[in-house]
Design a protein around this ligand. Sequence first.
Ligand code: ADP
Length: 578
Amino acid sequence: MFTQGFIKKISGPLIVAKNLKNARIYDMVKIGNLKLMGEIIKIDGEDVYIQVYEETTGLKPTEPVILLNEPFSIELGPGLIGNIYDGILRPLNIMYENRGDYISRGIEVPTLSRQNLWDFKATVKEGDILQPGDIVGEVNETELVSHKIMVPPNAKGKVIEIKKGKFNVDEVICKLENNEDIYDIKMCQKWPVRLARPYKQKLELKEPLLTGQRIIDTLFPIAKGGTAAIPGPFGSGKTVVQHQLAKWSDADIIIFVGCGERGNEMTDVLHEFPELKDPKSGLPLMKRTILVANTSNMPVAAREASIYTGITLAEYFRDMGYSVAITVDSTSRWAEALREMGSRLEEMPGEEGYPAYLGSKTASFYERSGKVITLGGNRRIGSVSIIGAVSPPGGDFSEPVTQNTLRVVKVFWALDDKLAYKRHFPAINWLRSYSLYFDNLNRYFEENIGKDFAFLREWLIEILKDEEGLVEIVRLVGIEGLSDENKIVLKIAQILREDYLMQDAFDDTDTYSSLNKQYKMMKVIYAYYQYLKNRIKDQVVYEDILKPEWEEKIKKMKFVPENNLSWFDDFIGTLTKN
Ligand code: ADP
């Protein structure tokens, strides 16, 4: 039996209900005659406070509130990939089809279609004993994703029936028996989004999530299962960076959560993402992507929902043994929603009006990243890497959302509108960005790429740092005031910036650099640096030691295709012979 209460008070996205017996924090409710979706966030005596995921205009006191006795949960199963959802995981295309351009309220559209039949291939047989997380079979969800059907975390037992053939997600495809209890397994399982999905063991992060973007992979790498933050001042190239990561990062599944960004930016995402091609297969990138879209004109409470649905989707695919990358754009809009709800709840505000629990909420979101041994008997390893965008007002990184984020994430890609203005792309500021993973990943670079990878990276950073200091001096005393050594530093720094860090996302070759190519490019520039330094030792006039023909060749390096990397070895040979 459902408990029914009534609306006492309405305050924007917050409702106070009365008479809801047995209400529990985070239980779902249906509100008013329209049956809007809401979630209980506070209980104070008789008063039950509910955040409503849909627009509340028109609701009136005394309208009914029905308690659903379960936390907000989402459906997980075949049919997720390629879809575009709202924050509570209703498929947007179906909602638009039903209602034209305007999303009506209170409509119930299941996340997963019941019409689609999926060809289920069983991988277990009757009599097998299964543990939580074991795979019972798979479905080719798209050309790029084999969807593993797993025993849910709360079930186990002996297989007493296993089917094969075409079924919808709601049909029973396997039955387990455990101490005379029978458990029906369907292709669809439900999971409460606020609860992290279980796994066997968290692993150390020792492998990079490679992106093909030189400034990221070489200088500020993110580990598979790691966390990164990226601020996006307007026009700084954030969208292009996000697209590049979605296209080129070596993650199997991409989840993009558009959280509270302006409607037109989200429309861009909805239009642009489906246009992107997966470079490896040539197929649409959507064949391994899920979009969750919550624009700023949707109710603020739904932003929170979109964050949790997004991360739950990511964990679900992680549990299949995939490497998942999730981007949330932007977590600042979520924080603003928390601030608004906090003030309506009349909580004591913290810094800049944000609730005091902003830090712990942020941390617990990023803690759902990681690389794990999943549940299930056959050892599977999956990972969730989180890239959270922040939108600091006025680009001021000292504000609370950015600060709380930087406290927990290990990588910061400081997008810089000044660099974008100079058309230096990707406009990631090399002096302000950092990655705390490098030491952990170093072994990977050493073993897979070259023993001196870390050395070259350090050298590169040093040159760029030295440049910063020298530019000051040049401003004061002019270039003539510099020693020849320092002139070389400036020269090499310029080469590093223009011919290494700058990377054209729209050039067919330059858009992606393998780690091997990145390494060889660094080696070339280092060899030229050594050459110049040696010549100076020979007491030659600075202007005479430069080799314009080599510099021309260095400029072309980024356009050398991946299948011609011996070009670099020849060139390095020439540079070191002299
Ligand atoms: P934002 O999302 O921050 O407003 P965009 O990502 O749309 O900015 O980038 C703005 C413009 O900057 C793009 O249209 C493109 O011309 C240029 N741009 C950004 N990044 C790159 C890149 N890596 N390579 C080449 N051009 C870029």
